[in-house]
Write a protein that binds this ligand. Structure first.
Ligand SMILES: [Zn+2]
Length: 329
């Protein structure tokens, strides 16, 4: 996806990175020049021979192959001596080379005409600069997820104990949803009482996907409502593009916003467009399925029930609520 404005901002970051690298290399060269001039001498000889190679192609066309071969072998020897000297003096062999943050694209953001993966990650951090998700995923992730907070005995008429239920959900998410994220189009709906870990779980998923270079956008339902208004009334195309085209949109706490007929219609159209484009979503809600139908009309809830994999989260244990809310906000 391409979002106007962000692109030039990202290219500026790459430029600055390359400039920093050039300066850092300059400083390293000055340091070596001062302390080990013999190494810099080798470096200069290598550079000179490299220029001679390119001159070969212009000058003696008959003997070009022979000359290039001999020059290359000289360079190889000099380079080996340079590396030896560097290492002997306690330096890394790469000390006098440019150090790239991303070797794949050499900090240009592109490999050929394809965007590098690091470009996408830069895009994500730009999107999240002013959002609370980058902070919350530091604490809310699978490594801090504690199954012990869920009771191991059955409650109510649920088929599984809360812990077994959560184990099943984690298995589906970690064993299937996340590894196959790129290739399959599953949408997830987490429903259940507040404090059962829905937001926490969606943050865990967000982090995994962000870390693997996916563009994840997190919105509470209330934020989404404001965003959809902004798109409609202020023609905020960049925002629309972001919400529609991101790899995963998480809509948290559906039902907590002040629902209006207007929003229900907008939301319905929005979900339809997302489903049509097969762009993935995770929705979480404290509402029961019956309440969802009541609040959001039959046609909207049938979109949810028909196109999302439903996961019910439950627990009576106050510890879940207490501990999860402690770390989630
Ligand atoms: Zn890169």
């Amino acid at each position: 996806m391409m979002v106007q404005g962000y692109h030039s901002e990202i290219m500026k970051i790459y430029e600055a990175t390359r400039e920093n690298e050039r300066r850092a290399l300059e400083a390293r060269k000055n340091e070596i020049e001062k302390n080990h001039p013999e190494i810099m001498n080798l470096d200069r000889q290598i550079a000179k021979l490299s220029i001679e190679i390119s001159l070969c192609f212009i000058k003696n066309k008959d003997t070009v192959e022979e000359s290039v071969k001999s020059l290359k072998s000289k360079i190889k020897d000099l380079r080996a001596r340079k590396y030896e000297l560097l290492v002997a003096n306690g330096y890394d062999t790469e000390y006098l080379n440019l150090h790239y943050k991303c070797a794949k694209c050499q900090d240009t953001g592109y490999i050929g005409i394809e965007k590098c993966r690091c470009y996408k990650q830069k895009q994500i951090s730009l999107y999240y600069r002013n959002s609370d998700l980058s902070e919350s995923v530091k604490e809310n992730n699978f490594s801090t997820f504690k199954l012990d907070y869920y009771e191991s005995h059955r409650i109510g008429d649920e088929r599984y104990s809360p812990r077994k239920n959560m184990e099943n959900i984690l298995e589906k998410i970690q064993g299937d949803y996340l590894p196959n994220f790129k290739t399959q189009g599953d949408n997830l709906l987490f429903y259940g009482n507040s404090g059962t870990g829905k937001t926490f779980l969606s943050h865990c998923i967000a982090k995994e996907l962000l870390d693997s270079g996916n563009l994840v956008v997190y919105r509470t339902s209330e934020d989404l409502m404001k965003n959809l208004k902004d798109i409609r009334f202020n023609n905020n195309h960049a925002l629309e593009e972001l919400l529609i085209n991101c790899d995963l949109l998480i809509i948290d706490d559906l039902g907590a916003e002040l629902t209006s007929d207007y929003y229900v219609t907008e939301l319905f159209n929005f979900l339809n467009l997302k489903l049509l484009k097969r762009n993935k979503m995770i929705i979480s809600t404290n509402l029961t399925l019956e309440q969802l139908t009541k609040c959001y009309t039959e046609r909207l809830s049938s979109r949810l029930f028909g196109n999302f994999i439903l996961f019910k989260l439950y627990s009576n244990d106050i510890r879940v609520k207490k501990n999860l809310s402690k770390i989630s906000r």
